[in-house]
Design a protein around this ligand. Structure first.
Ligand SMILES: Nc1ncnc2c1ncn2[C@@H]1O[C@H](COP(=O)(O)OP(=O)(O)OP(=O)(O)O)[C@@H](O)[C@H]1O
Length: 218
């Protein structure tokens, strides 16, 4: 796939960052990061461990606030986090996890209960977890948990979908399926930003942002 740089300007971009600086302590881990993300495209965010990818995605999602700079968002955002830890005592099932993703949809009057159940079943089917709906999170493998969270993200049908290493720990077939799902979400017009170390995901992305030591390098 042709790799063109992300948009230089923020014009018509559903999601953009301008001059982001952020530090967990005195020292900044992100330095003056600017980027604009296109609707209908998958942007891969890559770079070495500790280069600031997860931090950038959390700033884009609004989970963290930049010390300097700003994020502009147009549309609803879903964030798929990495390696969730759920206490074993919490008996939350795959179905529950995906259903949580429909809560915001449910606020829309047109979204009837039957539609919600259908959307949950479809999302579980898309990530290949059929038959495991009633399993609790503690009874799932790491890769299965990862896929349940992906289903929770896509069921929201938000305009912007942010994912932090959704393919981490997945086998080759599941990584491939994850790439297909992201392409499908982009095809319906969503803006997809995906942190990844996976070479195939980087190659399949429409745009690539590379971070090194908290700075964009291309
Ligand atoms: N909660 C935290 N408190 C203090 N420092 C943190 C915290 N989270 C991350 N950092 C530091 O911020 C920097 C960027 O971390 P970040 O997790 O964004 O990197 P990353 O590129 O996502 O790494 P990886 O590829 O390993 O997931 C690193 O130097 C890291 O040690």
């Amino acid at each position: 796939m042709l790799h063109v740089p992300p948009l230089a300007s923020t014009d018509s971009s559903p999601l953009s960052a301008r001059g982001l600086c952020f530090g967990y302590a005195d020292e900044d881990v992100l330095h003056d990061v600017s980027a604009a993300f296109r609707a209908g495209a998958v942007t891969a965010v890559t770079g070495p461990n500790g280069s600031g990818k997860s931090t950038l995605v959390e700033l884009l999602a609004g989970v963290r606030t930049p010390r300097r700079g700003a994020v502009e968002r147009h549309g609803r955002i879903a964030l798929v986090v990495q390696r969730p830890s759920v206490p074993d005592a919490l008996p939350v099932t795959v179905h529950d996890v995906v259903a949580i993703g429909t809560w915001a949809r449910g606020a829309r009057r047109s979204d009837r209960r039957a539609d919600r159940q259908g959307a949950i079943a479809e999302a579980i089917d898309r990530v290949g977890l059929n038959g495991l709906e009633r399993r609790t999170f503690s009874e799932l493998s790491g890769g299965q948990r990862q896929r349940a969270l992906l289903a929770q993200g896509v069921v929201q049908r938000t305009e912007i979908l942010l994912l932090d290493e959704p393919a981490a720990g997945l086998d080759a077939a599941s990584r491939q399926r994850t790439r297909e799902i992201l392409a499908e979400e982009a095809a319906r017009g969503a803006t997809i930003v995906c942190v990844t170390h996976d070479e195939e995901s980087i190659a399949a992305a429409d745009h690539v942002i590379r971070l090194e030591a908290g700075r964009t390098v291309g």
